[in-house]
Design a binder for this molecule. Structure first.
Ligand SMILES: O=C(O)CCC(=O)C(=O)O
Length: 267
């Protein structure tokens, strides 16, 4: 093991998620916060970045535009500094390696900005969004708290052990909207979920197949969570190509393989 204890690996295998306290130090946290704020406030936006406006705040002309964003996507592709201080730094990759193995490919990131009044995220399994394009076991997300993430601010909630079964998501894959898919009839009240409250700088790592959701932000403070997504370098391309983010993988550690993510796409 490079970074995690056997107990932490055991918790990961049992529950499908794992909290790592103080995943970044104060200096690293300040650097990530500042890069994300800079990208969110940049106008016109960096061409590499995709901005998703929060449906609950879309009509709030009294707010600056950046206070109405739900998510800022692909920040690490836009920012070499973010890749250096966080996404591809050794501590992040050591933790990912303990969970995915030695061949690691960075897919992308989504920073859920969740400003005051921001919307909940519906229950879902991330793999439902990825599997049509990149198949195979070994996909995870590192959810880094950029602010304290509390129940009042709309923290994430996970259903322990739910990563062992795959649910059918009603999704129109021709659309690439954030949360464009849902599980019919699955609402937070029907789930035995655990709210994961974090301090700024803590991280919660979650399995690609765990059922999770987050609440609305009913506080007057933002709740930013930066989610970096890593795949095992053994995951393979399928015959479908994502319009949202086609094959723009960054090999992070170990080897890449022909036909596998980060490697050459075979005809
Ligand atoms: O941060 C949130 O509110 C939602 C996070 C989420 O759904 C995810 O990381 O897949």
């Amino acid at each position: 093991m490079k970074a995690l204890t056997p107990e932490q690996i055991g918790a990961w295998e049992r529950d499908g998620f794992l909290v790592v306290r103080d995943f970044v130090d104060a200096g690293e946290l300040a650097a990530v916060q500042s890069i994300i704020s800079g990208l969110a406030e940049q106008y016109p936006p960096d061409p590499a970045v995709h901005i998703d406006v929060d449906p609950a705040l879309a009509d709030r002309t009294d707010l600056p535009a950046s206070r109405t964003f739900r998510a800022l996507i692909h920040a690490a592709h836009a920012s070499p500094e973010l890749r250096e201080v966080y996404t591809l730094r050794s501590k992040t990759l050591d933790v990912v390696e303990d969970l995915l193995g030695p061949d690691i490919v960075f897919y992308t990131d989504q920073t859920f900005l969740k400003p005051p009044g921001g919307s909940p995220a519906p229950p879902h399994q991330d793999n439902a969004y990825w599997e049509p394009y990149w198949s195979g076991k070994g996909k995870l997300s590192v959810w880094l708290a950029l602010d304290d993430s509390t129940i009042e601010r709309g923290c994430t909630n996970f259903v322990p052990g739910s990563h062992r079964s795959v649910l059918e998501h009603e999704r129109d894959f021709s659309k690439d909207a954030l949360f464009g898919g849902a599980v019919e009839g699955l609402t937070p009240d029907k789930l035995d979920a655990v709210p994961v409250e974090l301090k700024a700088g803590d991280a919660c790592i979650h399995h690609g197949e765990i059922i999770h959701f987050s609440g609305p932000n009913v506080s007057d403070q933002p709740r930013r969570g930066h989610v970096a997504v890593y795949f095992s370098g053994r995951c393979t391309y399928t015959d479908q190509v994502s319009k949202f983010f086609p094959d723009n993988f960054i090999p992070a550690r170990g080897h890449t393989y022909p036909g596998c993510v980060g490697g050459e796409r075979l005809p």
